[in-house]
Design a protein around this ligand. Structure first.
Ligand SMILES: [Fe+2]
Length: 133
């Protein structure tokens, strides 16, 4: 996955964090695609998870400080995504991974993040910009 201008939310801090998020996601995919040892793949996933948690928490702080009306709904999506990542982690721990699972995991994460940024975070960006204007 690549960060492109159509993913821009318009708030520098959020956009920068999305770029880092995509970089860590790609590092995780690379590790899976190279069929690295299971522990290495899990380390990359943990590295991704850590940033996801940090980024969501920063985004939620911005939502609170800007009085974002959809905070609750947005936070729920974040919580569900973190749960998905933890589920992937426990699945890999339990069953390992194959080329098929890696493709599935890859496309699931990419489509979630792409849609979330385009459909949800962009709205948040517009809200924050309107507050700062
Ligand atoms: Fe978000």
């Amino acid at each position: 996955m690549e960060w492109t201008q159509d993913l821009a939310v318009g708030v520098t801090k959020i956009d920068d964090q999305h770029k880092e998020l995509i970089a860590r996601m790609n590092a995780f995919f690379d590790s899976m695609n190279k069929m690295d040892k299971q522990q290495k793949v899990l380390d990359m996933l943990a590295f991704l998870e850590k940033y996801v948690v940090e980024h969501f928490s920063d985004e939620e702080k911005l939502q609170i400080s800007s009085g974002y009306p959809l905070y609750k709904e947005h936070k729920k999506m974040h919580t569900d995504f973190i749960a998905d990542i933890r589920k992937i982690k426990s699945d890999i721990e339990k069953d390992g991974f194959t080329v098929a699972t890696s493709a599935l995991v890859g496309s699931t994460l990419v489509s979630w993040l792409t849609l979330h940024i385009k459909n949800v975070d962009k709205g948040l960006g517009a809200h924050i910009k309107s507050k700062n204007a």
